[in-house]
Design a protein around this ligand. Structure first.
Ligand code: NDP
Ligand code: OXD
Length: 318
């Protein structure tokens, strides 16, 4: 019998790759969760890698030592009732970060160059130029300036954008005007043309992307902006307010990867706007290979007595 079993309760495309875990940890038993576990299996499980575990699953594992989130976010893990008090490690990896950077840069450029308008013109065979600002005339404000927000800033900087960022705690980063805390939020918004949200979903960030906030954004030049780009979490946005802001011009456009309800319901008005770019919560997927390497490396570190990395602070909720 192999010692120290690892339970996998991942998204289906990652779960299918469970052999990656077996190869990396040949002396561990890998158990794919399929809604039933014997009492002996429950006793053997020391580690669990999960996306959205069902109520009571993790609490039913008497010898569980570490929980791994298969995403960078952890709200889906915290949402599970009866979450045991064990270290929760989130997924922080160059593969995921690189994917998010690609998505953010793509969206910023799509709005800067008014690509949706040119797509519409092309469909109608219309040759028509619009005035376009250059990157250096636009301030991209990044809300949530952690792993992903800082990587996005590093990619946007060489394109010439003016950059600002807002986080909970103070930060000093070259070429980025930084703000922190609720007291500095209005100043951050007042200077922001394109607002990129990479915030986690917590009690504090719930519904923060609302009419009141959109009204405080800088009114951009040349008819471009303000724009909302959100790949953080859908529950940080008020979709009824986004729809209203797109109708009345408070927002010139949006790019949304995350939604209050996922999948986005077919009757959501968001589907109907030409200037709303929607993607199905795949701005930065957790690649199965990268995830298996990450989790198995962390387990090896832990078993050698080294500290786990990227352990979530439960009080902050991210
Ligand atoms: P980090 O924890 O590294 O960064 C989070 C940032 O948000 C930090 O700068 C933090 O401030 C800031 N923050 C949190 N709460 C507040 C608050 N109340 N007020 C102001 N700032 C706040 O996380 P990551 O960058 O790795 O990931 C961010 C989020 O991106 C994830 O939680 C997840 O929701 C989302 N995500 C989405 C994906 C997708 O495909 N759509 C893929 C991966 C992640 P401070 O620095 O002071 O702690
Ligand atoms: C994540 C996500 O949190 O994919 O990693 O949303």
């Amino acid at each position: 019998m192999k010692a120290n079993a690892v339970l996998l309760d991942l998204k289906s495309e990652q779960q299918q790759k469970f052999d990656l875990f077996s190869k990396a940890l040949p002396d561990h038993e890998i158990i794919e969760y399929d809604c039933k576990l014997s009492d002996e299996q429950r006793e053997r499980i020391r580690y669990a890698a999960v996306w959205a575990p069902e109520a009571g699953l993790l609490a039913s594992l008497p010898n569980l030592e570490v929980i791994f989130s298969s995403g960078a976010g952890v709200d889906h893990v915290f949402a599970a009732p009866q979450l045991p008090d064990r270290p929760l490690v989130r997924f922080v990896d160059p593969d995921l970060t690189g994917r998010m950077v690609e998505w953010v840069v793509l969206q910023v450029l799509m709005h800067l160059r008014q690509q949706r308008q040119y797509d519409a013109n092309q469909r109608e065979g219309r040759w028509e130029e619009t005035q376009q600002p250059a990157a250096y005339q636009v301030t991209v404000g990044i809300m949530g300036f952690g792993e992903l927000g800082q990587a996005a800033a590093r990619a946007l900087a060489p394109l010439g954008f003016q950059l600002s960022a807002w986080s909970r705690s103070p930060k000093t980063v070259d070429s980025v005007k930084t703000f922190h805390g609720d007291d500095q939020l209005d100043d951050f918004l007042a200077g922001t043309d394109f607002l990129v949200s990479l915030l986690p979903h917590t009690k504090e960030t719930h519904g923060v992307l609302s009419s009141a906030l959109f009204a405080k954004l800088k009114r951009g030049q040349f008819g471009v902006g303000p724009v909302l780009i959100n790949a953080g979490r859908g529950k940080s946005q008020v979709e009824a307010d986004i729809v209203k802001a797109l109708h009345d011009g408070t927002l010139a456009g949006v790019s949304l990867d995350v939604f209050e309800t996922e999948p986005l319901p077919a009757d959501s008005p968001l589907w109907t706007f030409e200037n709303a770019i929607l993607t199905p919560h795949n701005a930065a997927v957790s690649d199965a290979n990268a995830l298996a390497n990450y989790v198995t490396d962390q387990i090896k570190r832990y078993e050698k007595g080294e500290p786990l990395e990227n352990v979530v602070d439960r009080k902050r909720g991210y």
